[in-house]
Design a protein around this ligand. Structure first.
Ligand code: ADP
Ligand code: MG
Length: 288
């Protein structure tokens, strides 16, 4: 900024207190980054001979970048992820049954614009929740609103809302979110009313928003969870109309990791070596 001294600056009505007034106005206008940065950037611009419009442009660009970051953070908090996970920490080689190309395409979040769904199926510990969380995070970063829940928690929430006569409001909120993630369908069998409320949720979102469902059960076993063949058929019909299916069958990452740690410990101290038997169906560990 070309500036020969304070005497060339226009004198305001309250000369001597521009900083105080600026702080007030910038707070009122909700421009916290401009407030934080304007003096520093002014010094830099003065040194570099940058003119007023470019000074203002720099400040506003900083505000926009910060605002976008704050919005993403707010979206992530609103999603209520139990943990923040991304694909940076996901090892695709650990789960060869998973179509990596498809996942990388889904990370772009364009399926949300098309209101398509994703179903991740596979046994326990294969990274289904991790993938759902990472897709949820990507969606937040791309500007979509996300809600993360488990099937059991969602059904409880719906039942509670129904009892308290605020079901419609909850259903409207669940309909409005761009991406609803329902984790762990299948671990807990649902009551008939619970099954119907879950069906209603999926049905109301049909072609309106995207839903990600993860389950440890193949489709043919969903009836046992939802309690009715008719309901399961209707639910799958809606859910799978526009869907990407992620097949995630394989060894449990959790078990593999802890087995690796045990092997490392046994190498360090052979007297500690133990044999473990892992039940391939339940993942239960026993020592003979
Ligand atoms: P699931 O939901 O299928 O039961 P999780 O996603 O909870 O499995 O995975 C169990 C743990 O292992 C989590 O801490 C997860 O981050 C980790 N994990 C699973 N698969 C992978 C993978 N391929 N790469 C990195 N971490 C993984
Ligand atoms: Mg899980």
């Amino acid at each position: 900024m070309s500036r020969t001294g304070d005497d060339t600056m226009p004198v305001g009505t309250m000369a001597g207190t521009p900083q105080i007034l600026l702080a007030h106005h910038l707070k009122q206008l909700k421009l916290p980054t401009v407030l934080r940065e304007y003096e520093k950037v002014a010094r830099e611009c003065a040194q570099g001979g940058v003119d007023y419009p470019r000074y203002l442009l720099r400040l506003l660009e900083l505000e926009l970048i910060d605002r976008e970051r704050r919005t993403v953070e707010r979206r992530i908090r609103a999603a209520r992820f139990p943990a923040v996970k991304s694909f940076d920490t996901f090892d695709f080689t650990a789960i060869p049954s998973l179509n990596k190309m498809l996942v990388l395409e889904l990370v772009r979040s364009e399926y949300i614009l098309r209101r398509e769904n994703i179903i991740a199926l596979g046994n326990s510990g294969t990274g289904k929740t991790h993938v759902a969380l990472a897709l949820g995070l990507a969606a937040c970063q791309k500007g979509f609103t996300v809600t993360f829940t488990t099937a059991a928690a969602l059904v409880n929430q719906l039942l509670e809302a129904r009892d308290e006569r605020r079901l419609i409001k909850l259903q409207r909120d669940l309909q409005a979110v761009k991406l609803l993630i329902v984790d762990e369908l299948g671990y807990v069998p649902l009551s008939p009313t619970g099954g119907e409320l879950l069906f209603e949720t999926f049905s109301q979102r049909y072609e309106r928003g995207s839903t990600i469902v993860t389950s440890n059960l193949p489709f043919e076993d969903w009836t046992a969870v939802l309690g009715s063949e008719r309901l399961t058929g209707a639910l799958l019909d809606r859910l799978t109309h526009h869907v990407s299916i992620l097949t995630m069958n394989g060894d449990s990452y959790r078990l593999k990791e802890s087995a690796g740690r045990r092997r490392a410990a046994a190498r360090a101290d052979p007297s500690q070596a133990t044999t473990v038997i892992v039940d391939p169906d339940t993942g239960e560990i026993t020592t003979p």
